[in-house]
Design a protein around this ligand. Structure first.
Ligand code: GLY
Length: 437
């Protein structure tokens, strides 16, 4: 079974590892930069940009994979699935139109609204024609979140209280966004605890992987700037300490209805990953956003505990036979901690040597943004190495991940608090406070 994997991060490293568990799988990878972990698992690889669809197509023509797995959002938003389809290659990943689930905030909010799916906050979409109504909407809304309509690499979203204070500043940012984007989504700010529910779908059947909580802030105790994610945890009972089973069900139901709505809206089945960024609020589970791909770091929490053959799942997604599979995850807790260059995320120190010391036997490491040179590994411009602990409970998984992260030496840092009892209890306390109001 020949598989073309597109992507070069730790997410794709763990995808490659999981696909390779199938002894018939032969991996070909297309990467923006060299990832030693992915390259080691691949029969051959090609380096290139994710907007060079001609190059991706040529590599696919040469390798003739049975299917392609698209890791990051960038090639999806460029329409790589449509391009591969032109040469008869099917993909796990949505077409450009369906990838709007991630690439257009207004598309997703309008989809939920039109098909009467719960999960939307109060929101309004503004463009150059109706921006003069924004002040009234802001006056009627307590605190708000401003989202440019389009991919912004996680940097364009501004939250009242965190990034700006007053309604005047909000209005000014809306005007600024409209200089570069066709519209801006203004939403009420939701209070609660966030979690990621990554779902696999063939467009008809939707299967949830265990929920995961990511940590966006760069420093211990949730201080510092937002990042791509400093680490994440999941629990052995496939829930999270501040959620009920019903909360997880509610999140899955939103995604089941959204998958159905996508088909009704576009006439095309969504085949791939629908990753719901959810928040538990005093009014129930709400949708913050969808991603059209697996999460990073959240993929590290779910794929290594998957018991079912992942290549078989991919085939079922493509052939719409997901309903026939019994997908099983081990009842294990996981903690993932990212080791990142000093200065990350604003001014990461590049070209600094990283030395991987003695990693605990039961820990796993996944390469992200590293420069693999003859004399060893060096930091590049983003998160460097993900350290994963898997165990029967969170406490043990955290210790394994922490020991692994500590053994990586160089001008790097990681968050010691991710997955610790103290931080998890803080999350539970926060949720209790919100629910009691
Ligand atoms: N963990 C955030 C993301 O994958 O977008």
């Amino acid at each position: 079974m020949k598989i073309l994997l597109i992507g070069n991060g730790a997410r794709e490293h763990v995808i490659a590892e999981t696909l390779s568990k199938n002894k018939d799988a032969i991996l070909f990878s297309y990467l923006k930069s060299k990832n030693p972990g992915i390259i080691h698992l691949s029969k051959s690889f090609e380096l290139g940009n994710y907007n060079d669809l001609a190059k991706i197509k040529a590599f696919a023509q040469k390798t003739r994979p049975d299917f392609a797995f698209i890791g990051p959002e960038e090639p999806l938003s460029n329409g790589v699935v449509d391009s591969l389809r032109e040469i008869g290659i099917k993909s796990v990943g949505p077409t450009k139109e369906l990838a709007q689930l991630e690439t257009s905030k207004s598309f997703t909010r309008n989809l939920l609204k039109k098909y009467k799916i719960s999960g939307n906050p109060k929101f309004k979409i503004f463009n150059k024609n109706n921006i003069n109504e924004a002040k009234k909407f802001l006056d009627e809304t307590d605190e708000c979140v401003l989202k440019p309509d389009g991919l912004t690499g996680g940097k364009g979203v501004k939250v009242q209280g965190d990034h700006f204070k007053t309604k005047e500043e909000a209005l000014a940012y809306c005007h600024e966004v409209l200089q570069t984007h066709t519209s801006v989504v203004v939403e009420e700010k939701l209070e609660g605890e966030e979690f990621s529910l990554q779902c696999l779908t063939d467009g008809k059947t939707v299967i949830a992987t265990p929920p995961v909580q990511d940590h966006k802030r760069a420093f211990v105790n949730d201080f510092g700037p937002n990042t791509g994610g400093m680490g994440s945890y999941s629990c052995e009972d496939h829930s999270l300490p501040f959620l009920t089973k019903q909360d997880v069900e509610d999140g899955l139901n939103i995604t089941k209805k959204a998958a159905d709505a996508l088909y009704r809206e576009t006439g095309e089945y969504y085949k791939g990953v629908m990753y719901a960024g959810l928040i538990k609020t005093k009014d129930g589970i709400k949708l913050l956003e969808y991603n059209a791909r697996l999460g990073d770091p959240e993929t590290m929490n779910v794929l290594p505990i998957l018991d079912t053959d992942f290549a078989e799942i991919c085939n079922a997604i493509i052939n719409q036979t997901l309903h026939k599979l019994k997908i099983k995850f081990q009842n294990k807790a996981t903690v993932c901690k990212y080791v990142v260059p000093e200065g990350y995320p604003d001014n990461p120190l590049k070209n600094e040597k990283i030395v991987i010391g003695k990693i605990p036997q039961d820990a796993r490491i996944y390469y992200a943004s590293v420069d693999d040179r003859e004399d060893g590994l060096y930091t590049a411009s983003s998160r460097a190495i993900a350290c994963l602990g898997i165990a029967e409970n969170l406490e043990k998984a955290e210790k394994i991940a922490e020991e692994a992260a500590k053994s990586i030496k160089g001008k790097v840092f990681h968050r010691e608090d991710i997955g610790t009892k103290r931080l998890v209890e803080k999350r539970i306390g926060h949720m209790k406070k919100i629910l009691s109001h």
